[in-house]
Every structure is written in C-alpha cells, then in structure tokens.
Design a protein around this ligand. Sequence first.
Ligand SMILES: Nc1ncnc2c1ncn2[C@@H]1O[C@H](COP(=O)(O)OP(=O)(O)OP(=O)(O)O)[C@@H](O)[C@H]1O
Ligand SMILES: C[C@@](O)(CCO)CC(=O)[O-]
Ligand SMILES: [Mg+2]
Length: 415
Amino acid sequence: MSLPILTSAPGKVIIFGEHSAVFNEPAIAASVNSLRTYLLVTETEDSDIVELDFPDIGLDHKWHAKELSQIAAPSRIAASEHSKNLNPALNAALEPLLKPLHGSLQYHAAYCFLYLYSCLCGSRRGVKFSVKSSSPIGAGLGSSASISVCLALAVGKFGGHLNSEPEKLSKQELDFVNEWSFIGEKCIHGTPSGIDNAVATYGNAVLFQRQPNAETKLEHILNFPQIPMILTNTKIPRSTKVLVGGVQDLITRQPEIISPILKAMGQLASRGAKILADLNESNLADLCELVRINHGLLTSIGASHPGLEVIKSLSDSMSIGSTKLTGAGGGGCAFTILNQDASLKDIEKFKNTLETQYNYQTYTTGLGGPGCVFLPSEEIQQNISVIEPLFKKSANVSDLNAALLPGISGLKWVH
Ligand SMILES: Nc1ncnc2c1ncn2[C@@H]1O[C@H](COP(=O)(O)OP(=O)(O)OP(=O)(O)O)[C@@H](O)[C@H]1O
Ligand SMILES: C[C@@](O)(CCO)CC(=O)[O-]
Ligand SMILES: [Mg+2]
C-alpha cells in the first residue's frame, strides 16, 4: 500500500480474569474508545532509513539500510510456527539493532516494531513510524496491545498483506492483525494470554479463553452494557512483563495453593459473563460481589499495590461501590463499579479525594466501541496539515482525540 498510512486501536479494561487468563482460564475485557493509540506512517526524505518517532516514551531512532540488511526475516509461516516462542534466529539478529536503546519502555516498543517490520515488510526503507497515544502507558489499560495492533495493521498494509477490501477490514484481515499483534505483545511482555490484543483488534468486548494448545476461544460481546464506573489511574509505574513473571514464580513455588485461586478467577469470569449478558438493577449487586472477590484473589497472588488499596479502601469506607484493579496491577489502574444509590455528591467527593490528596487521575468513560481502524491515504492527504502536528511531542492528548477519535472526529475511518 502507498504512504501515508494512519492506523488506530483502543485500550481496554479487563473486567474479570487478568493473570488467570495467562493460565487458560476465561476472562472478560472491553475496549475503551476514548483511550486510543494512533500510528502515522510517512515517507522520509532519506530513502535509506527506517525511523521510529515515539515521543510518548522519548524514543526517536533511525536505523540505516546497512544495519537492517543484517536481518534475514523468517517468512510469515515460520514466524507463526514460533507462536509459542519468538523465532530465536530473528531475535539474535535484532539484538545488535536494539542495543543502543535505553530502558525497558524504549527497548520493548522498538523490539515489537522491528520484529513485525522484519517479518512483514522485508526490505522496504525510506519510512517513518510516528506513534501517539491518548491512553496512559504501562497503566493496565492495554497500551502495549494497542501499539502492537496499530503496528500489525500498518505493517500488514505497507507490506501488501492487507489490501482486499478498501471500504472494510474483512474477518481474515482482522484475524491477521490479531495474530501478528499477539506476536508483538510477546516482544513486549513475554507470555501474554492474547486477550488485550484481541479486544484491541476486534473492539467491543470479548469473553476470551486461551486453550492448552495455544489456540484461543473468543466470544464477541457486541452490546456490552454501560456499567456505572469510575476508572482511576494511580500513575504508579509497573511492567506487565514483571508482574506476569511474578505470578509464574509464585505458581512454581506454591502450585497447590495458587492453581485453585486461578481456577476461582476463571469461575468469576464465567459467572460475570452471565450477569453482564443481562445486567439490570436486580443483579448489579451480584456483579459487585464478584468484583470484590476478584480483587481479593488478585491481591493474594501479589498483583495489588498499596496505592491501589487506597482506591479500594476509600470506595469501601464511603460505601460508594466495589473496586478491583484492572490489567496486570502492581500500580496502574483500578475501576470502581458504583452502587445504585451512590449520590452524585459522594461520587464527586470520591474523585476529588483521589485527585487532590493522591494526585491520581480519574476517568468516567464508556466501554465498548470500535477496534482497530485505518484511514485511507486520500483522506490522510486531505487532512495532513491537521494530522502531522498531532504526532509531535508537544501535541496534547485532548487535541489528538478531538481531531482523530473514531466516531467523534468526522474523519472517514475504515473499520
Ligand atoms: N504510545 C506508546 N508509545 C511507545 N511505546 C508504547 C506506547 N504505548 C505502549 N508502549 C509500549 O508498551 C509498553 C507498556 O506495556 P505494558 O504491557 O507493560 O503496559 P500496558 O499494556 O499499558 O498495561 P496492561 O498490559 O496491564 O494492560 C511500554 O513499555 C512501551 O514499550
Ligand atoms: C496480566 C494479564 O492477564 C493482563 C494484562 O492486561 C496479562 C495477559 O493476559 O496477557
Ligand atoms: Mg500490556
């Protein structure tokens, strides 16, 4: 496909089943349309380079054709065959190119990019990838999956793998994006379950279960109910890779204790799915009960953090609703499902306390909505003077969403 290319994918909230999802238990996640990542792919003047400009994490890096020519990428089939473990020969070839990058944020984002680019774009050069996100990064809201999905869709298009129907992404194309973004997620956090990239690809909400043979069972929930909730970001940094590794270590040390806990989390997700299919005034309290239990179990496996417990204890002491961490935990975000009788005054007080006393950020956001989307080249070209400045470091998040948000911005995104 010709340049420019613009893609976008949403963040997500896991309602039930984070961590246990990695161990083949069912889990439920919903997309969050207002927290999206956007990727713009443009031609560079220098036809010899591939450039990454990811200002959200302070990454601006160029690779020259000579360095990139060291990589002998596996074919698509070979890479998919390595869906349990990333291709070791390709990993070894990428290592020298990744060496100059600092810290895990930059390293993992660049690793994800280079892996997908090598597999899907072969020897194409003279191109720049710019990423901006309206979602907090590393906060449990699926930022890694949304960037992986944006990259899989963009490099899939640029590499000529996704060009069947210009007016709609077909089921096969979405499956391709899901498959490759899963590989991208592996670069970022080692052993993902695949739930985050699935919901960022297909949108809406999913009941997801990884199978022992590494296949996945995916049920799309199209009319996800609007659950009355406040989402709170503690802004405490953490890494999904480290947290998932911690649970793996714990299960190795205490298998008889941890396995039943993970199974119970799976039961919570299955029960939760039944309630969510017909959420009403009479069963909201049952949903809240499951939320409280799921948070307690996540705490017992070491996925909480004192900063998350602040949100839980405030919601408990104000009797305003039920709180559960979401995503990998260890910091990042929690949501609070509001009780039916929570007053507007108390809701404001709850948010205000978290923001002013703890410097947390609260969001009141709808769940569900579109998954990955792209903007046709002509539409980008017509709006390029508005689009390009949004990818600068100084651009602010509200301008990004105001100009680009699918369903709000007026741009003709293809779903
Ligand atoms: N806008 C972005 N620009 C560059 N890199 C990003 C961006 N968003 C995410 N990333 C990459 O994703 C990594 C964060 O992934 P991580 O899985 O730890 O957190 P998360 O996806 O936000 O939370 P969770 O997995 O719990 O939902 C960062 O280290 C970075 O490499
Ligand atoms: C912690 C985890 O269950 C959810 C992260 O959003 C990891 C995964 O499922 O890939
Ligand atoms: Mg992630």
